[in-house]
Design a protein around this ligand. Structure first.
Ligand SMILES: C[S@@+](CC[C@H](N)C(=O)[O-])C[C@H]1O[C@@H](n2cnc3c(N)ncnc32)[C@H](O)[C@@H]1O
Length: 201
């Protein structure tokens, strides 16, 4: 289990708690998936203060690289201090902009099919777009992990129809039909997608 000590007062930043980090069990699972896969190149969409990205970076080999996409500068300040404290800053390539722009720019730089693992934990209404971009960036046999696909059970409640819930529900439905990936939905609320179909662009 990854335990992250609080930053000392010199490192601390006053941040409103606007988002929720993954649980320790999720962080441990992410780290284990990265290790099992022998991943060297990873992407995270939605870093916040760095808990899940730290778990992934710690599991990477010294040569490994994690592209960490986050739009909020203050959250990133905290994340970067944890990377420094944990001695993994050299493995993390922080992209401070909208994640969709970072992913598109990786593709424009010729990095298609060059990543082993991706983890998405950001704006739910963009899940489909993130998935399509990551499908291009992650190699066949690689793994894409999407957080919150059960959305605290709301996706199964027909009475809940807010935009985030509808978006995740639609995303889940489409994945069921998607022959490009094999899926495994786990009650930790993650969906693991292994790219199983070699497709052309
Ligand atoms: C639930 S938090 C991520 C928690 C993180 N995985 C952890 O374990 O600490 C979601 C994060 O996604 C970021 N985010 C939301 N929309 C984004 C976007 N369009 N581009 C980049 N980051 C975004 C938010 O600023 C927030 O920090």
């Amino acid at each position: 289990c990854l335990v992250v000590a609080p930053l000392s007062s010199t490192h601390a930043l006053r941040l409103e708690k606007t988002h929720v980090p993954v649980s320790p069990a999720q962080a441990q699972l992410l780290a284990m998936l990265v290790q099992i896969l022998g991943a060297d190149r990873c992407i995270e969409v939605g870093v916040y203060t760095g808990y899940s990205s730290l778990a992934v970076a710690l599991a990477l080999p010294e040569s490994g690289r994690l592209v960490a996409c986050e739009r909020d500068e203050r959250s990133l300040e905290v994340a970067k201090r944890y990377y420094q404290l944990a001695g993994v800053a050299h493995k993390v390539d922080v992209k401070h902009t909208l994640a969709v722009d970072s992913l598109r720019s990786l593709l424009e730089c010729g990095e298609a099919s060059s990543y082993d693992f991706a983890f998405v934990d950001a704006d739910k209404r963009m899940y489909e777009e993130y998935f399509e971009l990551l499908l291009k960036l992650v190699r066949v046999g690689g793994l894409i992990v999407m957080d919150n696909v059960l959305w605290y059970g709301r996706v199964a409640d027909p009475l809940v129809n807010d935009p985030n819930t509808i978006s995740i529900r639609d995303f889940n439905k489409k994945l069921l039909e998607d022959k490009r990936v094999t899926i495994s939905m786990v009650a930790l609320s993650l969906i693991c997608l292994s790219i199983s179909y070699l497709f052309t662009y």
